[in-house]
Design a protein around this ligand. Structure first.
Ligand SMILES: Nc1ncnc2c1ncn2[C@@H]1O[C@H](COP(=O)(O)OP(=O)(O)OP(=O)(O)O)[C@@H](O)[C@H]1O
Length: 552
């Protein structure tokens, strides 16, 4: 900002009076001022960028730790695609606007006031020109903001949509190909993509008017300054150097004004992103721990038990209960099996044990303690579960097993793999350090299941849950696995919960629950149910017809 003053002096006192040493003097001053300006500008960019990146890093970390503690309900409410966009794209918007704010929000007002003051000091008659150009500029900026800001806000939602369609396309790629729906999916993606592009193009086209409008106003202002300044010079009321300095200050004033207004264009966009991020950060998980002072804890010396007392549960928005009045009680060393048709409530029942959802009525106790009264962390320590759909992580077999128990030795791992009937194929694949691709894609469905089972067994727990985990195994492997499981000391001291569709899988359980439409319609041993329960008998009959009644 000091440069125009030096230029003005250089012209009026150096060039006009042909004073070479003064010109050199001013030249050196200009160099020093420029270098200081350069260092300051570099420092400004550096600090603004690093601070913005740090804010982004912190936000991403907060989002991640929040999301991993969400219950299924919050995932359903937000949707996976939206959570990913919020953690990536929305945070990038915040970062960008922070850089802009830190660089311009502080600099522009200072420049605007200082340049205005210096310009007024040079020649206050010329400052009258700003009385015309600044209102014109303000009207143009407000008009541009009026049209662009709503568009910027809707861009975020359209990014969500692109992510959603893209994710579905990726995860369902095999199904899409099998049903020859490539064209349909491509069109769906193109639709979302075009919609986003149209909105973004419109928004940026409107913003792009800013620069031509600015140039026009700036040129008009300069013409006004030269015209008025020319008259003042002709009347000997002003020097040429002052005019040159004034023109530079005028450019600085209008540029600062424009930069300040640009901040107001980008802030609303980041505001929309910030609101979306806050929705996630402020959302409390529907399954939360009781206050620490009131929390109960497990007594590790007590034997394992699992009991459901009149438990009922309804999914939010559902018309009827997914589970109604479920009662049972099982002790250490016992196996409880849950059998029933699809949609009868089997998975819902086992998902209530690790408290993935809060029950509406009744009580669930693990090792004699009501599960809602202990911390979720303690509860999850007590339970080891294999989900219906085996989930493996990218890494090695070892890293996947360590997920179950990070203290496990190689011997523990081989033992778990042996029980899970996975030892042979793990040996063939290259041992514990064999690669596991994303989602375990380099293993077959049955192999994935067995690795997931091994990961469940390796964890010391009070309750072992296998949610339809044996369905991907052939009868022989299924039988061998359950036999080996029964012999395992750790499992013998725990309660085992098996969900299955096949009678042969549940037949030797100590207690079998027969589920139908969310109700337990039969409860007992295989023999008792076979003799007295119509639904169980029907399941046996249907499996005999299909040649699947091996043990029935
Ligand atoms: N997240 C959910 N939101 C709403 N309803 C659900 C949800 N999950 C399951 N349901 C409903 O609850 C009922 C029981 O589902 P559940 O998954 O427990 O059945 P299941 O016996 O395990 O079936 P399958 O053998 O096919 O896995 C079904 O009617 C299902 O539509």
């Amino acid at each position: 900002m000091y440069l125009p003053t030096i230029t003005s002096d250089l012209i009026d006192k150096g060039i006009a009076k042909n004073d070479t040493s003064y010109i050199w003097n001013q030249g050196v001053k200009m160099m020093i001022v420029s270098v200081i300006g350069l260092v300051a500008a570099g420092g400004n960019v550096y600090f603004a960028s690093t601070q913005a990146m740090k804010v982004g890093q912190k936000l991403r970390s907060q989002m991640f730790s929040k999301v991993v503690n969400f219950s299924s309900r919050e995932f359903t409410d937000f949707g996976d695609a939206s959570l990913i966009t919020r953690t990536t794209n929305d945070i990038i918007q915040i970062q960008n606007v922070m850089v802009t704010i830190l660089r311009m929000m502080l600099q522009s007002p200072i420049m605007l006031i200082a340049a205005g003051f210096l310009a007024y000091n040079r020649e206050h008659k010329l400052t009258l020109i700003f009385a015309i150009s600044i209102p014109i500029l303000a009207v143009c900026v407000v008009a541009i903001m009026y049209f662009a800001v709503p568009l910027f806000k809707s861009i975020q939602k359209k990014t969500d949509r692109i992510n959603l369609v893209f994710r579905e396309g990726l995860t369902g790629v095999r199904v899409i190909r099998a049903f020859n729906q490539d064209k349909f999916e491509q069109d769906r993606f193109d639709g979302a993509n075009t919609d986003y592009t149209h909105t973004a193009t419109k928004a940026y086209t409107i913003v792009s008017f800013m620069f031509p409008v600015m140039t026009l106003i700036l040129s008009g202002t300069n013409i006004g300054i030269i015209w008025l300044g020319g008259h003042l010079i002709a009347d000997m009321q002003m020097q040429v150097g002052n005019l040159v300095a004034f023109m530079t200050y005028a450019t600085q004033i209008l540029m600062s004004f424009m930069m300040l207004s640009m901040v107001f264009v980008f802030v609303p966009r980041a505001q929309a992103s910030a609101a979306r991020i806050n929705q996630v950060l402020n959302r409390e998980s529907s399954v939360s721990d009781v206050d620490e002072q009131q929390q109960l804890s497990f007594d590790d010396n007590k034997p394992a038990t699992l009991s459901f007392n009149d438990v009922s549960f309804k999914y939010r928005g559902a018309e009827k209960n997914a589970l109604s009045n479920v009662n049972f009680d099982v002790q250490a060393g016992q196996t409880i099996a849950v059998i029933g048709g699809t949609g009868s409530g089997k998975s819902t029942l086992v998902n209530l044990i690790p408290r993935l959802f809060n029950i509406d009525h009744g009580s669930i106790k693990v090792d004699g303690v009501e599960i809602s009264q202990v911390s979720q962390h303690d509860l999850h320590e007590k339970i080891s579960i294999t989900q219906q759909k085996a989930v493996l992580f990218k890494g090695t077999i070892r890293s996947n097993l360590l997920y179950g128990n990070d203290d496990a030795t190689d011997d523990d791992m081989w033992k778990a793999l042996e029980i899970a009937q996975a030892k042979d194929f793990v040996n063939e694949s290259g041992g514990l350090d064999a690669e596991v691709e994303q989602n375990g894609d380099n293993f077959s469905g049955g192999q994935r299941q067995r690795l997931a089972i091994a990961r469940t067994i390796i964890k010391p727990a009070s309750i072992y849950v296998f949610d339809d985990s044996f369905s991907a195994l052939d009868f022989k492997t299924d039988a061998k696995l359950r036999m080996a499981l029964k012999k395992d000391q750790q499992v013998q001291q725990a309660v085992t919960v098996i969900v299955a569709q096949r009678v042969s899988t549940v037949a030797d359980a100590n207690l079998i629950l027969v589920m139908e439409d969310g109700q337990v319609v039969g409860q007992g041993t295989h023999q008792e149910l076979k003799d007295n329960n119509k639904t169980y008998r029907q399941i046996i009959d249907s499996q005999i017809e299909e040649g699947d009644g091996t043990n029935a």
